[in-house]
Design a binder for this molecule. Structure first.
Ligand SMILES: [Zn+2]
Length: 102
């Protein structure tokens, strides 16, 4: 019996290929050094939009990315608000605040 190609598996395979583990490690290392995700992604020839898209598909990486962004966020910014997002914070709560507003 033939099964159709599993879309989720194909998405994961594509994300793995475009954004392999070594590149993910380099991105996380840059974030831990205090680099902004836009700059860290650009250094790797990516955009932060691409990184977040991959993070949604590669859930273990997504968790690691969110934990790192939370660790590195500026405590003086009001998180979970659009203000935080506008001040370039990309922690999970500021991203969620933006998504709720749209
Ligand atoms: Zn934030």
């Amino acid at each position: 019996m033939n099964y159709p190609i599993d879309d989720a598996e194909e998405l994961i395979a594509n994300a793995e290929e475009e954004f392999p583990p070594a590149m993910r490690s380099r991105l996380i290392a840059k974030l831990r050094m205090g680099m902004h995700i836009d700059d860290a992604a650009r250094d790797l020839g990516l955009t932060s939009q691409r990184v977040f898209a991959a993070a949604r598909i590669l859930s273990a990486f997504g968790d690691q990315l969110d934990a790192t962004l939370t660790d590195q966020r500026d405590p003086s910014i009001p998180h979970g608000t659009v203000t935080g997002y506008n001040r370039r914070c990309r922690c999970p709560r500021c991203r969620a605040a933006l998504n709720q507003r749209i």
